[in-house]
Design a protein around this ligand. Sequence first.
Ligand code: C5P
Length: 296
Amino acid sequence: MISLTLPAPAKINLTLDILGARPDGYHEMEMVMQSVSLCDTIRLDLGFAGGVRASSGLQFLPNDKDNLAVAAALAFRKATGQTWRDLLITIEKRIPVCAGTAGGSSDAAAVLRGLNELTDAGLSPQALAKIGEEVGSDVPYCVLGTTALAGGRGEALTPLSPLPPCWIVLCKPRFSISTPALFRAWDRGKRRLRPDTKGILLALEAGDLVEVTRRMFNVFEGVLLPTQQREIESIKTALLTAGALGAAMSGSGPTVFGVFREKALAESAVALLREDYEEVFLTEPLSGPLPALRET
Ligand code: C5P
């Protein structure tokens, strides 16, 4: 048996825009994505008897191919033509589940990167991202990280200048949102506000944190149910009152994030939000290549 442990970082959407519905049932996206330091930990034990399966100790996470991490392992084996039978994927979960922060997609991406290493397959990150496409729309981004513009279904990636150093507070409200239902609500809804994607790309290039945070926006916020919208707004207001430069919902929600220049302000926002919410995290943006793999 050979083993490897590696981190699977969460992501936030600095912007999320939808350009239109596509004939294949997906939507054409334009998103500025950012990896953050909040990570799940993935351990791969290749050759551990019992077939390909996941273990997380969490009842609500599937252990079979319905878990994106297992789906990624099966997709990797098929794409490489490898013949191994047994793989145990142990997931230590920290990223909130079904929360718009790509927890499942990042676990899947870590499995692809890890298996590439463990089996000496020698695939490029781009080839791994391509395998990830069939697992989920956010998986290719999670393979490559760290600051990127995502187009197409989410798989057309352009690396961007890093987000300037800052502190990012994540807060997950108690409700969950179904991603397909949110896309259907967007299909039915009126097109109102849109993010200034060009402007945020220029602000990133200039390394101007204030201009970046002014342009953070997610079109899904406009199609939430009124009760959900009220809760998102109240978390954003709490973050801004605590000194955030900007705040927005991430992905298909419901996680809300605020960007702070000062660590002390971010810490006080965390303390305040923890009075009302269980899942509140202080994170930093990741830059450069995704964290190195750790041999065990
Ligand atoms: O690709 P993934 O499995 O993450 O997508 C989940 C669902 O989200 C899809 O079945 C589709 O309904 C919706 N989706 C979409 N357009 C995208 C990505 C996802 O409509 N670009």
